[in-house]
Design a protein around this ligand. Sequence first.
Ligand SMILES: Cc1cc2nc3c(=O)[nH]c(=O)nc-3n(C[C@H](O)[C@H](O)[C@H](O)COP(=O)(O)O)c2cc1C
Length: 182
Amino acid sequence: MSKKILILTGGARHGGNSEKMADAFMKGAKAAGHEVVRYDAGFKNIKGCIFCETCYKLGDNKACSHDEVFNELAPYYEWADSLVIVTPLYWYTYTAQIKAALDKYYALMVAKRPQPIREVYLITCGAGKEDYKYDAIINTHELIAKDRNWENRGVYHVNGVFQKGDIEQSELDELEKIGRNF
Ligand SMILES: Cc1cc2nc3c(=O)[nH]c(=O)nc-3n(C[C@H](O)[C@H](O)[C@H](O)COP(=O)(O)O)c2cc1C
């Protein structure tokens, strides 16, 4: 069955490891016939949520009263049935750009907007070689899935990649395959 997949990326380096991982997954998912929208949050400037709870109250379907950038992303949150987050590990968790994009999902909850996302998958990479260094992001991912009642499709992490180009082709091939079977 064809899915509507929102790929939310958090890397901020063109040609970086996480960008290549997102490209590979997306290639596979598209080849499988899924509809894919990719939003590269790492190159945007979504602000953090300030808990004003005026979401969608100013008319014009504006999700956030203070952040035009988030208003680009919000319609895709209302469109997707699958959310795939691709982020480098920064301080053992998402990049700040992904965190801001996830904080702002709260707008849809406050305003009781359509929330068709049913499943979430996480793709990440970091310089750290040991698996325990990915525990915090995996735990956060699990808690978010549980909180939102999204099916947790799991986590794919590539350890020990620091410089651009450190990611191996075999990992990218695997991600393409995962995208194809998603
Ligand atoms: C601000 C910052 C924080 C980072 N924090 C971590 C970390 O906590 N753990 C880790 O393993 N790698 C950390 N890294 C390394 C990146 O996760 C790693 O270089 C990754 O491959 C970068 O992905 P990119 O090529 O898509 O930019 C950090 C890098 C930066 C710039």
